[in-house]
Design a protein around this ligand. Structure first.
Ligand code: FRU
Length: 510
């Protein structure tokens, strides 16, 4: 159940062999009698497979979203970042900001590794009451809570090399000061002790930290973000345990006039389609203890490519989710050139009841509508690389949506009535040899008995996100086609089994 040692082992960065994209290439051009020098500037955001509506770093390696926090009209996205290579390496917190969750501007690196170790995943909060005392001259501090991972301790075989630390910013995330007395939460001897997600628990007038501790989530509380007291543990005997527990999130959502608490737990391996996946529990939290309302194992996204997702803090009644659109099975090998890995679309979360069980529903944030190109084309055979499409289907029969291109590649998204499952088949969708097992079909259960299915599909250069049944079942899958999969064809076992009700190409965010 432990992370394979290689997960956090540093590989020799390939980047030294690959010219960094975004650099200016000087090409000797011998096209006229007198040799001239031509300046060729390559646009890094037009590189093959570069997502056009999803955040990806301008260059180098990225994994988990971190420190998601909304401050004065700006969404902050920090992320696990290795600025010196395109494979996982000593972790920093990269930083990007956006006013609409879609157009991102990459900012200078926020947190660098130091004598206590690499900067692993964590969260950020607005400390409005200055409980930490880091505020000065009326400036409200932003406080980041993260894991310090000490690679030396790991190498020596210690068991306490992951500890929780804090840093603060008085200029809205531009610059950060690490707390002098880090770490603030010391490891009692549990190898996997990481990824603190902190919320303000108003009824108890205290901060609550959810921390992944090997095979369970441990909850801690604090009045000042510096002194932490253990409250309880959850999950050693609940949910999926095919791998180590990582990246929790805990937050309330109102539904049917009642407050429910949602707990996310990412797990790797052991996801629903192999490798990485994020399960969730819904129940009650009393400031100290989490109690699930049912025993069903549920997944935020059943596709292979949505991991380590968490939600923004400080967004009022909105609950907005962002995941890392990859899978540890192959994240280090995907065939992009100057950068590796992107985030999912930001998604708004709601609750819904099916057969007396409460489920989470995800939908792309409404801000995505602003990217729609008008007028929308009616029958897409467009060669478009990024688009959104809506479908209605008869879920009493099989149906499928085939996305294809002129190179003969295709991605099939469908419903199999016999097993009552949605699926995404990427076996013929482009490059796959970089990882054995990448060319596969992934499956997800249909969670409603409604005979009509509504589907929203968002396609980008190298990804498809399916929101079925109002977001009750979500599947995200990445793929690497030679040309955009801009052609859509519909197939069904009954004459009117599936129809397309909307389609719009989306403007690039870059
Ligand atoms: C999840 C994860 C976290 C860890 C980080 C390291 O993908 O393994 O548990 O903090 O990545 O980059």
């Amino acid at each position: 159940m432990r992370l394979p040692a290689s997960r956090f082992a540093i590989r020799s960065p390939l980047t030294s062999l690959v010219p960094a994209l975004g650099t200016v290439l000087l090409a000797a051009c011998l096209c006229s009698a007198s040799a001239q020098t031509a300046l060729v500037v390559e646009d890094p955001y037009r590189e093959a497979f570069r997502p056009q509506i999803h955040f990806s770093p301008r260059e180098k390696w990225m994994n988990d979203p971190n420190g998601l926090v909304y401050v004065h009209g700006v969404y902050h996205l920090f992320f696990q970042y290795y600025p010196h290579g395109t494979t996982w390496g000593p972790m920093h917190w990269g930083h990007a900001t956006s006013r609409d969750l879609l157009h991102w501007r990459q900012q200078p690196i926020a947190l660098y590794p130091d004598s206590l170790g690499y900067i692993f995943s964590g969260s950020a909060v607005v400390d409005s009451n200055n409980t930490s005392g880091f505020g000065r001259n009326g400036k409200i501090p932003l406080v980041a809570i993260f894991t310090h991972h000490d690679p030396e301790g790991e190498k020596k075989g210690a068991s306490n090399y992951q500890n929780e630390s804090i840093a603060y910013s008085l200029d809205e995330g531009k610059t950060w000061v690490k707390y002098r007395h880090n770490p603030v939460l010391k490891n009692p001897g549990i190898k996997d002790f990481r990824d603190p997600k902190v919320i303000w628990y108003a009824p108890g007038n205290k901060w609550v930290m959810s921390l992944a501790t090997k095979d369970r989530i441990s909850f801690f509380s604090s009045a000042d973000l510096k002194n932490w007291k253990k409250e309880s543990e959850f999950g050693a005997d609940k949910g999926a345990h095919g791998g180590v527990w990582e990246c929790p999130d805990l937050f309330p959502l109102t539904f049917d006039g009642k407050t429910w608490w949602v707990l996310f737990v990412s797990i790797n391996p052991g996801g629903p389609n192999g490798g990485s996946g994020t399960q969730y529990f819904i129940g009650q939290f009393d400031g100290s203890r989490f109690t699930p309302a049912d025993e069903q194992t549920k997944w935020i996204d059943y596709g292979p490519d949505d991991y380590a997702g968490v939600t923004w803090s400080n967004t009022g009644n909105r609950r907005i989710f962002l995941g890392w659109m990859s899978n540890w099975n192959y994240a280090n090998e995907v065939p992009t050139r100057s950068w590796r890995n992107a985030m999912t679309l930001p998604r708004e979360l709601r609750l819904r009841k099916e057969d007396n069980t409460v489920f989470l529903c995800s939908q792309p944030v409404k801000e995505l509508n602003a990217l729609k190109l008008h007028p929308p084309a009616a029958l897409p055979d467009s060669g478009a690389s990024q688009y959104i499409a809506g479908f209605r289907a008869d879920a009493t029969k099989d149906f499928s949506i085939v996305l294809s291109n002129a190179a003969g590649e295709s991605l099939t998204i469908g419903f199999d009535k016999a097993s009552d499952r949605y699926y995404i088949d990427r076996r013929h969708a482009g490059l796959a040899a970089f990882h054995q097992g990448f060319a596969a079909t992934s499956y997800a259960p249909r969670l409603t008995r409604d005979s009509k299915a509504t589907l929203t599909l968002v396609v980008d250069a190298a990804s498809a996100e399916l929101f079925a049944d109002g977001g009750l079942t979500v599947m995200t899958s990445i793929f690497f086609p030679a040309k955009p999969l801009g052609r859509i064809s519909l197939h069904s076992a009954s004459p009117d089994g599936i129809r397309q009700v909307s389609w719009s190409e989306l403007k690039s965010i870059w």
